[in-house]
Design a protein around this ligand. Structure first.
Ligand code: THU
Length: 132
């Protein structure tokens, strides 16, 4: 699949105004292409109980399921200036669980695969392997 990174980044930028980030004042927008071609987005949603903040990737994964499920083929995430943002460690794990084989991410150091940003990831297969 040929990825239109410019468009995907723009989709992430377009949802930035929907971010609820009054505490950090650090809005984040995320966008992904699913294996059926549809585009989903997400924004960070913070809370007065600071530790409960939901990253943009969390709402993107909820959107994935709300709109029919599937797997992620390409992902882009931006900060309030529209610059590429690296998904945090927890969110790399979230994305990994729903990634298509060889999923691509736009990162601060170029396009990378999910395996490059989360090497030797723990995942569903590890649970199966350890079933008694
Ligand atoms: N944030 C995200 O939405 N995604 C990330 O991958 C990194 C951090 C949010 C969480 C919080 O609302 C704000 O950025 C500052 O940490």
């Amino acid at each position: 699949m040929n990825i239109d990174w410019k468009n995907l980044t723009q989709q992430a930028i377009d949802v930035l105004p929907k971010s609820y980030s009054p505490y950090s004042k650090f809005p984040v927008g995320a966008a992904a292409i699913c294996d059926d071609g549809r585009i989903i987005t997400g924004v960070n949603v913070e809370n007065a109980s600071y530790g409960l903040a939901l990253c943009a990737e969390c709402s993107l994964i909820s959107e994935l399921f709300r709109t029919g499920g599937g797997q992620l083929v390409a992902f882009a995430c931006v900060d309030g200036q529209g610059n590429p943002l690296m998904p945090c460690g927890r969110c790399r794990q979230l994305l990994f669980e729903h990634s298509a084989e060889g999923m691509l991410l736009q990162t601060v150091s170029g396009i990378k695969t999910i395996d490059e940003v989360l090497p030797d990831a723990f995942g569903p297969k590890d649970l199966q392997r350890n079933e008694l």
